[in-house]
Design a protein around this ligand. Structure first.
Ligand SMILES: O=C(O)C1=C[C@@H](OP(=O)(O)O)[C@@H](O)[C@H](O)C1
Ligand SMILES: C=C(OP(=O)(O)O)C(=O)O
Length: 487
């Protein structure tokens, strides 16, 4: 994550044209999608930067932090614990509390990073902290983290299902307050349990050892991001052994940072190029990054698209073939829904593996994808750790999003080429991208303008053509159903 010298990437405010629960007819692409899309900041980097700034030894500034539901919830949570956060056009100035304060109820919404990263902060608070969230969040795995907090001496009580939201964390008082030690967890259902404990580890007396035992830990690049961001702030972390991380006790240095664009949130826009025969550029794509979304470059290349990373950004250009592929997405499981949509539009079968744990994401993503892709006509099988997607000719219909921003992104991609796809709710994209609908519409409008400009240029050079036709006049043939839906 760069220090504060990168150009801030800003997106326009959302037009706010869709209301929650209102069906959203996903727009079909009238022409191949050809556009440049500025993607807002990374959710994962923003929420780590906020937590680390709240635990640091002095104030930090965060520029290009993501402004979305998950990061509003994080800022509200940290403020409720006593952190000062001033938001201005120059960024967010975060001033750590002298001592984190108890007594608050934290709303975690449906945000994994809030429900996992904030409870360990309660170990440092001067009183009990309560946690609640969306009803759908009650189903997300929490038990390994709550068990680790108990091992570290906290009292954790739940008022709903055992070891799930809502819960209250009461820290140890007296001489044992704020002590570290060893936390043994099974992180096979989420890497966020490990990241959560590592983020607070340096502030615990004696530091913290985190040991995983169980099936393989998913999303390892997200743990690597946590470790790197701790080291950037002077914290010593030993990750030399698999499944074991040791954070030494020490100061977390304040650091002014610019957040990178969210590469996982670039997925639907890049997929739009691949499925419509177009070309999309995402400016400020980092040459080196800790974000697992960078794996999109490999995924799209293996599926047949041309991928070109230059200093000005990443450009993905469709070729005449969108291919099925064997894809282990265990490191970048956030990409599963959009990649499954791509797979449903590909020439042949795709097998996605390594993502059993996405059953515990915003919704059971394997079930949701197989149901919704299946209802539009694709043949989809759930496997023990993923999906097999056999493309079939698809037809429009309702596409349910299950309050999951990435299901909505997948539905929007399908709607570009399958006529009549209607999302039951697109406003769930506000979880990480409140500007999704306006960016999507801008992308399509820019593609049309691009084609109009090309036609005008042709008209100038071709004496046979006097009046440049406009795509907006409906003069350009719309792609046939066959070329829209590629199977
Ligand atoms: O630490 C993070 O910022 C994240 C880790 C991953 O969680 P899981 O390990 O639960 O997949 C990822 O899917 C999520 O979107 C963000
Ligand atoms: C799994 C995701 O989010 P969360 O941070 O809520 O776990 C996601 O964004 O795909």
């Amino acid at each position: 994550m760069p220090e504060l010298d990168a150009t801030p990437v800003q997106s326009p405010a959302d037009a706010g044209q869709v209301r929650a629960g209102e069906p959203w007819p996903a727009p079909q692409a009238p022409v191949p999608v050809t556009a440049t899309v500025l993607v807002p900041g990374s959710k994962s980097e923003t929420n780590r930067a906020l937590v680390l700034a709240a635990l640091a030894s002095g104030p930090s500034t965060i520029v290009n932090g993501l402004d979305a539901r998950d990061t509003v919830l994080m800022r509200d949570a940290l403020r409720a614990l006593g952190t000062g956060i001033d938001e201005s056009a120059d960024g967010w100035r975060v001033t750590p509390a002298e001592r984190l304060t108890g007594g608050a109820t934290i709303d975690c919404g449906l945000a994994g990073t809030v429900m996992r990263f904030v409870p360990p902060l309660a170990l440092l608070a001067d009183g009990a902290v309560s946690f609640d969230g969306d009803e759908q969040a009650y189903a997300r795995p929490m038990a390994p983290l709550l068990g680790a907090l108990r091992d570290l001496g906290a009292d954790v009580t739940t008022s709903g299902a055992p070891d799930a939201l809502p819960f209250v964390v009461t820290p140890v008082t007296g001489a044992a307050a704020g002590a570290g030690g060893t936390a043994r967890i099974d992180a096979s259902s989420s890497s966020q349990f490990v990241s959560a404990l590592l983020l607070v580890g340096a502030r615990l007396r004696g530091g913290l050892e985190v040991v995983h035992s169980g099936g393989s830990v998913p999303s390892l690049p997200h743990i690597a991001m946590t470790v790197a961001m701790l080291r950037e702030r002077g914290v010593e972390v030993d990750d030399s052994q698999p499944d074991r991380w040791v954070v030494s006790e020490g100061t977390i240095a304040p650091r002014d940072v610019a957040v990178e664009p969210d590469l996982s949130n670039a997925a639907p826009f890049l997929a739009a190029a691949a499925v419509t025969g177009g070309s999309v550029t995402i400016p400020h794509w980092p040459a080196q990054t800790l974000q697992p979304g960078d794996q999109l470059r490999d995924v799209l290349a293996v599926m047949g698209a041309e991928v070109d990373l230059r200093p000005e950004g990443l450009t993905v250009t469709a070729t005449d073939q969108l291919l099925g592929a064997e894809l282990d997405l265990g490191g970048a499981s956030e990409l599963t829904p959009v990649v499954a949509a791509l797979a449903a539009l590909a020439r042949d079968t795709t097998r996605i593996s390594g993502v059993a744990h996405v059953r515990g994401h915003e919704t059971d993503r394997l079930a949701a994808l197989s149901t919704e892709l299946g209802s539009l006509g694709a043949k989809v099988h759930e496997t023990h750790d993923g999906l097999t997607v056999h493309p079939r000719l698809m037809a429009g219909g309702e596409f349910r999003t299950y309050a999951d921003h990435r299901m909505a992104q997948a539905g929007a991609v399908l709607g570009l080429v399958v006529p009549g796809v209607v999302l039951d709710d697109v406003t769930c994209t506000a979880k990480t991208m409140p500007t999704f609908v306006s960016l999507w519409q801008q992308m399509l409008a820019e593609s049309v303008t691009e084609v109009d400009a090309e036609l005008a240029e042709e008209a100038e050079t071709d004496p046979e053509v006097h009046e440049p036709p406009s795509i907006l006049d409906g003069l350009l043939p719309v792609p046939s159903d066959e070329s829209r839906s590629r199977p």
